[in-house]
Design a binder for this molecule. Structure first.
Ligand code: HEM
Length: 510
């Protein structure tokens, strides 16, 4: 039996060429290249993603002793959401879908399994190692995370130091493995997309190629930056030697935390370059098929690529200057925020998600997005993209010394409106629409998709509201941490409902 069978369908709207890949079934060899990535994405979202995010908020609310570990745990959570929930899902879909969109085949398919193994192992080691080392150091020495004295450093016992050393080593090794495998997978995609018919005959692919290039270059850059930061932390430990208490002393009283300016650079490139870039590119390609909207506007797609790419350049230079000098240059940082915000707006306009639906032959115009859970999820996702764009634009204006509103938007507001709002809702909408086709099945149980989309909206609102409130002159003290903790629970339930919807679809093969 062939590994995959591809159904190539001529676009039904305005002669657009589109391809819909399907594979025979999701068992055994047919699971590759996409299903293991989907499983990894769901696992990353459930455990270190939403669960740890909710736990962090609970710890903040209750003044838990874990609070000392907070900065490191926040980094582990953010990384799991970006590289796991978003990253692994995107890689799985990209390896399956993009070569077919290009009219070529996946190059060297035998490389996918080992690269996936190293990527998944690296991600697990990187996140678990950071959490383990942070908890050990924080509970052994509650002063960790704030300024410590040399005497306090020596209170870290020998046994605990060893566990912490193992954690820190796993953190660095995992980050390096993840960066190497992630780069390998992107190279594999690059090789696959280089071949195929001339681009002039593959307009659907050519239109989004610049966005894809920005996205995958950003992914590799972010992974390398995270790995360099993790190795720098581990080297600080190694340099201090094996003496008792070495871990605490070597980290200078800090937890295994990637220097914040460096981490922020990686987070922003990953979120705005990789996640936003690929989300807009995929939406431009599949929305006209899935949600009965007009094909994406090619001019606006081009503008989006230009704005996003320039924003990533400005953000990278601003972040590098910040990391090197400790000072964030406001002109460049503000420009990056403004360009990312504008790209989210032009991208939203390009995909026509808020416009009138087309009547397809046969359904006599009966389709309505508000009766389709995936369609409603896509509209909600782009509602969040619009809001995230506004937050970024207001933030950029403040950075340029043009204050609009009572207070500047926080990085946290921009991250969660984009990550918990736009990215998560887009996955909840598109995954149950697209993935069952990869497995040769069809969507079953739309009620589970409704549940995941409604819970996802709730999670995004509960998580982002406390970060947005100060922009409106409101204080989130007293309710913010509770709302965020509830956001973690609802996010967890949303991904659980998506998992059930997908599992039922695998079994629902025609
Ligand atoms: C809805 C449930 C979520 C909860 C309860 C939650 C909670 C948190 C908390 C408490 C922090 C620490 C903030 C601080 O004090 O600076 C944080 C940071 C972060 N979160 Fe979330 N989060 C959620 C969803 C997400 C999603 C879906 C993403 C996907 C992009 C995400 C990405 C991040 C990132 C990138 C950081 C910054 C990490 C760093 O500093 O390296 N979060 N989150």
């Amino acid at each position: 039996m062939s590994l995959t069978t591809t159904r190539v369908g001529k676009g039904r709207a305005r002669g657009q060429d589109t391809e819909q890949p399907t594979s025979a079934n999701p068992q055994g060899r047919e699971r590759w290249p996409w299903l293991p990535f989907v499983d990894l994405s769901l696992a990353a979202a459930l455990v270190p993603g939403f669960f740890l995010g909710g736990l962090l908020a609970t710890a903040a609310r209750n003044g838990s002793p874990w609070l000392a570990a907070y900065p490191a745990l926040a980094q582990a959570h953010g990384h799991a959401q970006l590289a796991g929930w978003g990253g692994a899902m995107i890689l799985g879909v990209a390896l399956q879908f993009l070569p077919r969109l290009r009219g070529s085949q996946l190059a060297r398919p035998g490389w996918v399994r080992p690269l996936f193994g190293v990527f998944a192992g690296g991600l697990a080691l990187r996140v678990a190692g950071q959490v383990l080392a942070a908890l050990v150091l924080a509970t052994a020495d509650p002063a960790a995370g704030s300024a410590r004295t040399a005497a306090a450093a020596e209170t870290v016992g020998h046994g605990l130091s060893l566990v912490a050393v193992v954690g820190v080593a796993a953190f660095a090794l995992g980050a390096v493995l993840e960066a190497a495998a992630g780069t390998g997978l992107v190279l594999l995609l690059g090789l696959s997309l280089r071949s195929g018919p001339p681009l002039t005959t593959k307009k659907a692919f050519a239109q989004v190629a610049p966005l894809l290039a920005i996205a995958f270059a950003s992914f590799v850059t972010a992974l390398i930056a995270w790995a360099a930061g993790a190795v720098a932390t581990a080297l600080a430990v190694a340099t201090a030697g094996a003496a008792s208490g070495a871990v605490g002393a070597a980290t200078g009283g800090r937890l295994p935390v990637i220097p914040p300016a460096f981490d922020r650079l990686a987070v922003e490139i990953a979120l705005f370059g990789f996640i936003v870039g690929i989300s807009l590119a995929m939406s431009a390609r599949v929305f006209s098929l899935f949600f009965r909207v007009r094909p994406a506007n090619p001019q606006l797609v081009r503008w989006t690529g230009l704005l996003l790419g320039t924003g990533i350049l400005a953000g990278t230079v601003a972040g590098a200057v910040h990391a090197a000098t400790g000072v964030r240059p406001p002109v460049l940082a503000g420009a990056a925020d403004l360009l990312w915000g504008a790209a989210l707006w032009t991208g939203t306009a390009a995909v026509h998600v808020f416009s009138r639906r087309l009547a397809f032959p046969g359904d006599r115009g009966r389709y309505a997005w508000w009766r389709d859970p995936a369609g409603a999820g896509a509209v909600a996702a782009y509602g969040w993209a619009t809001l995230a764009g506004l937050i970024l634009v207001l933030r950029g204006l403040w950075e340029w010394g043009i204050p609009v509103g009572p207070a500047s938007a926080s990085v946290d507001a921009a991250i969660h409106a984009t990550g918990a709002g736009f990215m998560t809702l887009l996955i909840l909408a598109v995954a149950p629409t697209m993935l069952p086709g990869f497995g040769g099945g069809r969507l079953r149980g739309p009620a589970w998709v409704w549940a995941s989309v409604v819970l996802g909206c709730l999670a995004a609102t509960l998580r982002s509201a406390p970060a947005i409130a100060p922009m409106l002159g409101m204080s989130a003290a007293g309710w913010g941490a509770g709302a965020m903790a509830l956001g973690g629970v609802t996010g967890l339930l949303a991904v659980g409902a998506l998992t059930v919807a997908l599992r039922r679809s695998w079994r629902g093969r025609p």
